[in-house]
Design a protein around this ligand. Structure first.
Ligand SMILES: [Zn+2]
Length: 430
């Protein structure tokens, strides 16, 4: 028995190219949801060496079964599951009354420090991998790379480069013309070939994926609606240019015309999808594209719009309408079998509240297990990381979290994460 563990451990370590002498961590899990979608198992031991999971053993293994330094983490009274993934965050900001003054008064450097703080709030809430789909790209690529190198702590970041049209949702709004001129991204484009250039340019500077906005958006400070804004030829060129360079495209889209156009162009995911109707559902199912619902953003802006002075009338009107329509759209899409990947639009809501989306998804009729699958297996598939994250299995990164009791019975357990390990390093412990 003892020899079996030692043997297996060294075989897996060799396969991973890890030297045989390493510190081993044994996590005793009272209940373990190793693979979301499958039943949890009682009394399991997760064996972690360096940043990876080496094996999962039935029962509570003891330190003497292993060579070298062994530490035991006792989660025998906890429910243990893989670190969660959030496919829609904006780590660079948080919506609030001080946004305008912050933009004027804060240095880029201080803002970057704040982004690191927001990233830590996210990680400590149990979200070990996030996809940032709209921040100043160079800052976000730097943060992604610094975290990867272990220079700073934070969740794994998949960072988007934005491509948008003049006056569209991704373009600067709500400030003076002089500031607009200064702050307009070089990746604002018009017409298919200009948008092809913009997509290539975003990739050149480090984008893991391209984020576009096929429709108008709620927070754009212009009364330009939430219908389709990018033309079919622009959408197609962006997707083609991205695909040629091995990048996926995510499209923000509210109204169905824009959802349909983006899906026809071949995007990998639709963000928000607030007015997903029968035409969109048919295309979702045909293409297998993911819907990233961001119900938390809808709820947050609809609530804030009631009496937030910092929102203009144009924004308020959109926030109340779209915010209240989002939930029904999610219910329709989910019932119709659309692939769903978890995403919160955090930055609209405070960073660290990411698990509140799960509560809203259950309220929207999704089973607890399906919500967890959306936040693990499905999200990892969307970002092509199925081989390295989202389950607790040999060879994967040791991204592991724990809560008090089964979120399969009460999803609100996810709001209170007591243990967070990312890549074998503990960030929160009971
Ligand atoms: Zn967003």
């Amino acid at each position: 028995m003892i020899h079996r563990y030692k043997f297996l451990t060294s075989v897996v370590l060799l396969a991973l190219g890890v030297s045989a002498v390493a510190e081993t961590t044994l996590i005793h899990a009272g209940e373990l949801l190793a693979v979301p979608g499958e039943s949890p198992r009682a009394n399991q031991t997760i064996v972690v060496t360096n940043e990876r999971i080496v094996e999962v053993i039935d029962g509570f293994a003891s330190a003497t079964d292993f060579d070298g330094d062994v530490r035991i983490i006792d989660l025998s009274e906890k429910f243990v599951l893989p670190g969660l993934l959030d496919m829609h965050v904006h780590l660079q900001g948080e919506l609030g009354p001080k946004n305008d003054s912050d933009a004027l008064k804060m240095s880029d450097q201080l803002m970057q420090m704040r982004s690191i703080h927001f990233a830590m709030n996210t990680l400590k809430a149990g979200f070990t991998t996030v996809r940032d789909v709209g921040s100043s790209p160079q800052e976000m690529y730097a943060m992604r790379d610094a975290i990867d190198k272990g220079w700073i702590d934070g969740p794994r970041i998949i960072a988007a480069g934005g491509v948008g049209i003049t006056g569209g949702h991704a373009d600067i709004s709500g400030v003076s013309p002089e500031l607009m001129e200064m702050l307009t991204s070089p990746n604002i484009c018009d017409g298919p070939y200009d948008c092809r250039r913009a997509a290539r340019n975003a990739i050149k500077y480090g984008a893991d994926l391209i984020k576009i906005t096929s429709t108008g958006g709620v927070m754009t400070d212009r009364a330009t609606g939430t219908g389709q804004q990018m033309e079919m030829d622009e959408l197609r060129e962006v997707v083609l240019a991205a695909t040629r360079m091995g990048r996926k495209v995510a499209s923000h889209a509210h109204h169905e015309d824009g959802i349909v156009a983006a899906l026809e162009a071949g995007v990998a995911s639709i963000e928000h999808g607030s007015y997903t109707g029968p035409r969109a559902i048919k295309l979702f199912r045909k293409t297998g594209a993911y819907l990233v619902p961001t119900l938390l953003a809808g709820k947050t802006v609809a609530t804030l719009a009631i009496d937030a002075d910092f929102m203009s009338d144009a924004v308020k009107a959109k926030a109340i309408r779209v915010g209240n329509d989002m939930a029904g759209s999610f219910e329709r899409a989910h019932k119709a079998g659309v692939n769903i990947a978890y995403g919160t639009d955090s930055g609209i809501s405070p960073h660290g509240n990411n698990a509140q989306e799960a509560v809203l998804m259950v309220e929207g009729g999704m089973a607890e297990m399906d919500v967890i699958v959306a936040a693990t297996i499905n999200a990892a598939d969307l970002i092509d990381m199925s081989d390295s994250v989202a389950t607790i299995e040999a060879g994967k990164f040791a991204d592991i979290i724990a809560v008090d009791a089964s979120p399969l019975e009460n999803i609100e357990e996810l709001l209170d994460v007591h243990f967070v390990m990312k890549g074998g390093k503990v960030y929160k412990q009971p």
